[in-house]
Design a protein around this ligand. Structure first.
Ligand code: ADP
Length: 306
């Protein structure tokens, strides 16, 4: 449904926002672009939704090239932006009707979409009376009015408080379960990617640095991690561990906390670490999470540099 080949964006002034990325998304799949601010996620969505012109490479939606067939590509897709696009002085229903008319689609499914998004009871109220989460749902319903095959969501839960965020995730999971829609979302919340997505591409500095299922990404770090907090510099402690052959290139440091994947080779890693003369503040073992994968790939590059 989505095919991306060597897609690149260099903004005027020379910022290389996206660098030769490749990925494909299957029909019905839920796919996340995950990464810190500035990683290139929004630019990628912009190119896929034809608002940002690619510098090179290509992207197709349902076979339509976003650069050479932009109208057809837009015709099969919809996007929910970070910024609100609904008219707050109108009712929810009026907003959806106007959008349906713009797209020349039947308005009969407005109630159905509102029902799926859990806002059927609010439709006849002005949008200005909606809460933030309700407005976000209306934005999604609006995007569905044109009956897209691909729905893009740019940071759909940003700025929502935790309960509302969870409710919205539940709604998105409902859309996923319909199975006829392909979803591509950007997020910097790992739990979101883990709960909703079939596959996740981790972006860093314009590149895709990992792409797999959430479970596959976690598996790269093995079954167990040692998490070690030291008094003072984590980097110095890592250097000591590396000198002793007790930390590999998959170890990473954030501040005073070191995270070390441990292989199942029978060595009692915590006991070995305690024998070293390190200023240990705490030492625990735990199973890897997607956070570890993300930090290792986007934040904790110090281990590789060391
Ligand atoms: P993300 O969505 O992951 O936060 P963006 O795609 O917004 O990342 O940004 C990627 C990089 O491109 C950043 O360095 C950002 O400053 C830069 N950038 C984004 N939009 C523009 C623009 N219109 N002009 C110049 N640089 C831009």
């Amino acid at each position: 449904m989505i095919e991306v080949e060597s897609l690149t964006k260099v903004y005027p002034g020379g910022v290389q926002a996206v660098r030769e990325i490749d990925f494909t998304v299957e029909p019905g799949e839920v796919f996340a672009l995950l990464g810190p601010n500035g990683a290139g996620k929004s630019t990628t969505i912009g190119m896929l939704t034809t608002t940002v012109e690619p510098t090179s490479g290509r992207a197709r939606l349902a076979g339509y090239d976003v650069a050479t067939e932009p109208l057809a590509a837009r015709g099969v897709s919809s996007v929910v932006f970070q910024e609100s696009v609904v008219d707050r002085s109108l009712t929810g229903r009026r907003n959806l009707e106007l959008h349906a008319r713009l797209w020349g689609t039947r308005s009969a499914r407005i109630d159905e979409h509102a029902g799926v998004l859990g806002i059927a009871d609010l439709l006849d109220r002005p949008v200005e009376t909606y809460s933030g989460g309700q407005r976000r749902r209306l934005e999604i319903a609006r995007a569905l009015v044109s009956e897209p095959r691909v729905l893009f969501l740019d940071e759909p839960t940003v700025g929502l408080d935790p309960l509302i965020r969870y409710e919205l995730l539940d709604v998105l999971a409902g859309l996923r379960d319909r199975g006829d829609l392909t979803l591509l979302l950007t997020t910097h919340y790992l739990d979101e990617a883990e709960r909703l997505c079939d596959r996740v591409a981790i972006m860093h500095l314009g590149e895709i640095v990992a792409l797999d299922t959430p479970a596959g990404l976690r598996a790269e770090l093995g079954d167990e991690l040692v998490e070690l907090r030291v008094d003072g510099s984590g980097d110095d402690a890592l250097a000591t561990l590396q000198e002793r052959g007790m930390a590999g290139t998959d170890a990473f440091v954030v501040g005073s906390t070191l995270t070390l994947p441990v292989s199942a080779n029978g060595v009692d890693a915590p006991a070995e670490i305690r024998k070293l003369d390190l200023p240990v503040a705490s030492l625990t073992t735990r199973r890897p999470t997607l956070d570890d994968v993300y930090l290792r790939l986007t934040g904790g590059r110090l281990a590789e540099a060391a």
